[in-house]
Structure formats: C-alpha cells, structure tokens
Design a protein around this ligand. Structure first.
Ligand code: BDR
Ligand code: CA
Length: 314
C-alpha cells in the first residue's frame, strides 16, 4: 500500500474524513493544511485537535493562506466561526511541523519519484498547495500515485455559486493547474455528495450504540452541526457525506460502483461561470482524462462512518 498524504481545509466534514481514514486503516503519513472552510490557522488547529482526539501522531504542515490570484473566501456560514461547528475539543498543545506544506510536498514527492515510488494524495480543500508545488517543480508528478480530490461538479450545479463547487471556486486558477497535470486523478464531485447521505434518525441510531467518550462527543457534535446546517438551507434533516465520501473511496476504492471517465477543465473568466468545471467524456478539452465518481455502495459507506464514530484510539 502506498503512503498517503492528506491535504485539508479543516472544516466539519474534513475532521470526520480524517477520523474515517484513521479508523479505516489509512492513517495519513502526513497532513498539509490550506485556507478554505476557515482561515489557515484555524484549519490547522482543527486538524491538530482531530488528531489529538483520535490519538494519532501525524505531522501537520501549514500551506497556503490564500488563493493564487483572487481574494480569499471562506465557508464559516457552513462550518461555524471555528470551522468545527463548536465541537468540543481538547486543549491544543500540539504544534504544526516547522517545514511549510509546499516545501514538504515538493521534497516528499521528489524523493519518492527518485526512488521509483508513489505516494497517494487526498485533497479535500482548495487545490492551492499542490498547484504551488507543481508550478515550482512540475516533475513531482513522478512521485504522486493516486490523487483523489473532493471538488467540482459534473453537471454545473454548484454549492457555492449556481455554477461552482466550493473547493474549486475558492481557487479556480489552482484547480486549473492541477487538472492540467498528467496525474492519475479520481474526483468526488458535489453530485454524489448530495445523493449519498444518512437520515437524521439513522445517525441518531448509530450514535445510540456508541459508548460515551471524547470521540463520540466530537463526531456527534460534527454530525449535529452538519444536519442543522443542511436543514437551515432547506435540505432537511440529513447527514451528507462530503469529504468523508472521498475518504471512504481512499480507504476502499471498491466502494465505487459507477464512475465516468472524462477530461475536465475550470472556467476562469470573471462572471457567473467562474469556478465552474466543464466535463467532457469525449476528451475534447485537451486536459488529461480523470475518473469522476458517480455512485458508491451506501451500506459500506455507512459502515465506514460508523467505524469512525466508534473508533477507540489504541
Ligand atoms: C467542500 O467544501 C467544504 O465546505 C467541504 O469541506 C468540502 O471540502 C464541499 O464543496
Ligand atoms: Ca474540506
């Protein structure tokens, strides 16, 4: 199994995705953080807290605090002021690693490529860190194995603008750099994140069978916040798997039952389509073909989620 690096913007579903990786046996070997759902400092704090709750010792490297060219945005209206919906967390004693994410990614992928090895990379925030690393050192693609990205839409119905999904809209130029690179990419677009979910009642039942403890309190607070937010936006009392769906695909790629091969690019012009992803199964965009996940085994997904809320640090 290849080593794994996680790149994250530290939001509510990012924290649960990290717990799913750990419970699913794919604890990241390192984590890089990026601005996004909240600012870089808060995102980094949230990830250090999540690692502390899981009892996992993983180096965390801080990356970009802003997009390549545009103004910074966040999604505190979704993830709360702290980015974790106020979920209870331990005192933050842990510190991030001294090496920044861009230098770390360049060195790590360069060394892996030099040895003929590959490292898998899961990105669940804006794609800025990898874009910066690729711009400075394009040959790092030789050390990147499976790149899995939560972001984009297939059919152009965004969650942040009518046309754009958050992780792409937060830095469209970075996304364009990444989707133009010759890397084996699996994309978990917004559409399956909407259709793969658990009812609030099923979430309550799942938590009822978990023994009380910090991990349960943390995951339950994340789920409560996600359910409340979803309901407040008219989506009903439903828990949507977003970044956790991407984590599940990394833990168990066989969970995917339907996918689409297509070339993909990002609209960069100012206006209503900025950040929209255009997907072409005929490959006419000239960018490399990627695999877009459309459907996954929901039972397996729920099982992986349940394992992550009941996970007892060893
Ligand atoms: C993405 O944006 C963030 O709010 C989520 O964590 C996810 O990465 C969904 O569009
Ligand atoms: Ca995220």
């Amino acid at each position: 199994m290849n080593k794994l690096i996680l790149d994250t913007d530290g939001g509510v579903d990012d924290a649960q995705a990290l717990l799913m990786l750990i419970a699913g046996g794919r604890t990241p070997d390192a984590i890089t953080t990026v601005f996004g759902n909240v600012g870089l400092d808060a995102a980094t704090r949230n990830i250090l807290s999540t690692l502390a709750i899981a009892g996992a010792d993983v180096p965390v490297h801080m990356g970009a605090d802003r997009p390549l060219t545009q103004k910074i945005i966040d999604a505190k209206y979704i993830h709360g002021e702290d980015g974790l919906g106020g979920a209870p967390r331990p005192l933050e004693n842990a510190k991030p690693a001294s090496e920044d994410a861009i230098g770390f990614l360049r060195q790590t992928f360069r060394e892996a490529g030099g040895k003929g090895e590959k490292i898998d990379f899961l990105m669940i925030g804006p794609l800025t860190n990898l874009a910066l690393a690729l711009r400075l050192e394009p040959s790092i693609i030789n050390g990147i194995g499976q790149l899995t990205i939560m972001g984009a839409t297939v059919y152009g119905r965004g969650n942040t603008t009518p046309a754009a999904e958050f992780n792409i809209y937060a830095d469209p130029e970075a996304a364009s750099v990444v989707f133009s690179a010759d890397i084996d990419i699996v994309v978990i677009p917004w559409e399956p994140c909407v259709t793969h979910n658990m009812s609030g009642a099923d979430v309550d039942t799942a938590f009822a069978s978990v023994a009380a403890g910090p991990e349960k309190a943390f995951s339950e607070a994340l789920a409560d916040h996600a359910r409340r937010t979803n309901a407040s936006y008219g989506g009903g009392d439903v828990f949507r798997f977003v970044d956790p769906l991407a984590a599940a695909v990394v833990v168990d790629p066989s969970i995917v039952t339907k996918s689409l091969r297509a070339s993909m690019d990002v609209a960069l012009a100012p206006g209503i389509t900025r950040g929209m992803t255009v997907v072409d199964p005929s490959g006419r965009l000239g960018t490399p073909m990627v695999t877009l996940v459309e459907e996954a085994k929901i039972d397996r997904l729920v099982d992986l989620y349940k394992a992550s809320i009941a996970y007892i640090p060893g």
